[in-house]
Design a protein around this ligand. Structure first.
Ligand SMILES: Nc1ncnc2c1ncn2[C@@H]1O[C@H](COP(=O)(O)OP(=O)(O)OP(=O)(O)O)[C@@H](O)[C@H]1O
Length: 648
């Protein structure tokens, strides 16, 4: 037996125990080696007229023997001589494939795509195998050799038999232990799954003998009670689909084919809303195929959801979900990126340089954004359906970046316009703003119908201004992070942002000079009344004041607004959060309509010294305003009792 050198032994131990996180990739590595071997022979046939092999003779075979506990990967490739077995498999980190690639760098065209480069992949077989036997016959040689090793001490090379050129790698699996079970590698289903997962796009057919059943023909003399009989048989099946759809030119692929690929590879039953194909050449050459789904997967908004695109290099899957390729707010995009130029880490599980990924991600983000903008502008119905499913994520993207992402995302948002009675973009809202309107108004609450009836909304609408009715919990948080919205109408034009204002908060600055004056006067005149009302309401409000937004007898008698950064709707949402949001309160102001007949009644009660009536009416006004604004009453029984008292 030839012993591995001490350094090699250490390296081998490292290889087997530390480099890979996932044992199952051993099959990917052996299949990649087989594909390289076949590729090398094919390349020879192209460059040397003495070598005659047809592409259809070239295949890879995967099989297993349950009783012997072996998995075998065979190829009809270039094979290895005794010397090559020694050099390639006896020396860790010696890559015959890299040598081949370097030697033939000039002559290689698109027809060859060698995967190996580090000279370590083969040894991953020892993660699952207690012994590996490699029987190989080099092309053009009439002798075969068998290399055998336990992956610990060393290896032997003995003469062997093989009918034709090529290599068989037989992995004798380790025994099952408590924490490891290798039986999945001893089933047709388990191996097929791994081939599909990692090696589906290897360019040569990967074949397996597959078990099938078929019904036997019904005998002519079968009686009425004949039960159909079945037989088992095996058939050679090609498991991989070979040609990656993303490498085919867009004009050669039908929409149907893209849809089928999407549905089968990403496990969706609905066609995608959009398909985005990218082919980039230059410093980094790559292909990408991305899909915008029609509907959100059930776990999109859960913590366990993992975003990412599948990453392939030389047709072999490196990562199932490469997170770095997508920003969080486009987490719903599914797809594939494939590049031969990626500098892989030795385990092929990550890349050496994330800057390569960043460059790709940046370009892809632009493409996705462009596709969404195109859908928004040219197929509004489809875009609204998209937004219904995924809009929350876009808004959350603005909120969670404290508004930093608004440049990328804000023009993709849609909100319900009270005036237009349909979904509009912020640009459409701004474009329709009448002369003199300098803010974007919105209201937040549970439903559009309810919001449309709110006095604070009506008051702004009566001035001729539109109000965006926001019904998602994230809406107001998103707007607060944005603070304002605007973009230059034309290139080079000045950039003016319109502030975003909640119609139920603070001073909107919409009152006329006359209205302002009237309110100031009413406040001064009725200082005593407002003081008494505030006392009656206690901690519930920070202030009782004359409303400037409710300014005619037809408007509501009172409304509640919030001073400061926390609105009533935000308070409601925060109070429903599991982690202590209930402590965050808005500063409520009870605004009273001084033109409303009820105000006259209140004034009269105050003048007559009827403190009980003032207190009771203050409570009633406060509670009914809460009801209108969709806020819970603190004491519904007391409220009902007060009303009953009035009705007696
Ligand atoms: N089935 C095979 N047929 C012919 N040669 C093979 C086969 N398997 C392995 N080899 C040779 O053994 C070498 C070492 O294989 P190994 O899988 O360790 O590394 P690699 O494929 O070169 O690189 P990587 O670590 O990137 O996969 C290969 O470069 C190749 O020359």
């Amino acid at each position: 037996m030839k012993k591995f050198k001490t350094e090699s032994k250490k390296l081998l131990d490292l290889m087997i125990n530390s480099i890979y996180t996932n044992k199952e990739i051993f099959l990917r590595e052996l299949i990649s080696n087989a594909s390289d071997a076949v590729d090398k022979l094919y390349f020879k046939s192209l460059t040397d007229s003495d070598v005659k092999v047809g592409k259809d003779e070239l295949a890879i075979h995967v099989g297993f023997d349950h009783d012997a506990r072996t998995v075998t990967v065979s190829d009809s490739g270039i094979g290895m001589t005794k010397d090559e077995l020694e050099k390639n498999l006896g020396t860790i980190a010696h890559s015959g494939s890299l040598e081949f690639k370097t030697d033939n760098a000039e002559a290689q065209g698109d027809d060859v795509d060698i995967i190996g480069q580090f000279g370590v992949g083969f040894y991953s077989a020892f993660m699952v195998g207690k012994e590996v036997r490699v029987t190989s016959r080099a092309y053009g040689s009439d002798e075969a050799w068998c290399w055998v090793s336990d992956g610990v001490e060393g290896y032997t090379i003995e003469p062997a038999e093989r009918a034709a050129h090529g290599t068989d790698v037989v992995v004798v699996l380790k025994d099952n232990a408590d924490e490891e079970n290798y039986d999945t590698f001893l089933s047709e289903w388990g191996l097929k799954n791994l081939i599909k997962k990692y090696s589906n796009y290897v360019r040569y057919p990967i074949q397996m003998e597959c078990e099938k059943t078929r019904e036997l023909p019904k005998p002519e003399d079968a009686g009425d009670d004949y039960q159909p009989e079945f037989e088992h048989y095996t058939e050679t099946e090609t498991v991989n689909s070979m040609i990656p759809i993303w490498k085919r030119s867009k004009s050669d692929v039908t929409e149907e084919e893209y849809n089928e690929f999407y549905k089968s590879d990403f496990h969706d039953w609905a066609d995608p809303a959009r398909t985005i194909k990218v082919h980039a050449e230059g410093a980094l050459t790559y292909d990408a195929l991305m899909f915008i789904p029609t509907r959100a997967p059930y776990d999109l908004y859960s913590k366990d959801f993992k975003k990412g695109l599948a990453l392939y290099s030389s047709n072999v899957m490196i990562m199932e979900k490469c997170e770095e390729l997508l920003p969080d707010y486009f987490n719903f995009v599914r797809g594939v990126v494939d590049s031969q130029d990626l500098q892989l880490n030795i385990s092929r599980e990550t890349l050496q340089h994330n800057s390569q990924l960043r460059a790709i991600a940046k370009k892809l983000e632009k493409k996705i954004k462009g596709e969404l903008a195109n859908m928004r502008d040219n197929d509004r119905e489809a875009y609204e359906a998209f937004f219904e499913e995924f809009g929350r994520g876009l808004k959350y993207g603005i909120y969670s970046s404290y508004g930093m992402n608004k440049g990328e995302l804000a023009d993709l948002l849609l909100f319900y316009s009270a005036k237009e009675q349909k979904m509009v973009t912020l640009d459409e809202y701004v474009a329709a703003m009448p002369e003199g309107q300098d803010s974007i108004f919105y209201a937040a609450g549970e439903s559009v119908d309810r919001l449309a009836k709110m006095p604070v909304v009506k008051a702004v609408m009566n001035k001729g201004y539109d109000v965006l009715l926001c019904t998602q919990d994230v809406d107001e948080f998103c707007f607060q992070a944005m603070m304002g919205y605007g973009k230059p109408a034309a290139e080079g034009e000045e950039f003016v942002e319109k502030p975003l204002k909640n119609v139920a908060s603070g001073d909107l600055g919409l009152e006329t000079e006359d209205e302002k004056k009237a309110a100031e006067e009413a406040a001064k005149e009725n200082e005593g009344l407002f003081g008494a009302m505030k006392d009656a309401l206690g901690e519930h409000v920070s202030k009782v004041s004359v409303s400037t937004r409710l300014a005619t007898a037809e408007d509501a008698p009172a409304c509640i607004t919030a001073e400061g950064p926390v609105s009533l709707e935000m308070e409601k949402i925060l109070s429903q959060m599991p982690d202590g949001g209930e402590d965050i309160k808005s500063q409520r102001v009870l605004e009273v309509n001084a033109q409303h007949p009820i105000f006259a009644t209140l004034k009269a009660a105050q003048e007559a010294g009827d403190a009980d009536k003032v207190a009771s009416y203050a409570g009633l006004l406060y509670n009914q305003a809460l009801l209108v604004e969709g806020m819970p009453l603190e004491d519904p029984v007391a409220f009902a009792n007060e009303i009953a008292k009035l009705m007696k």
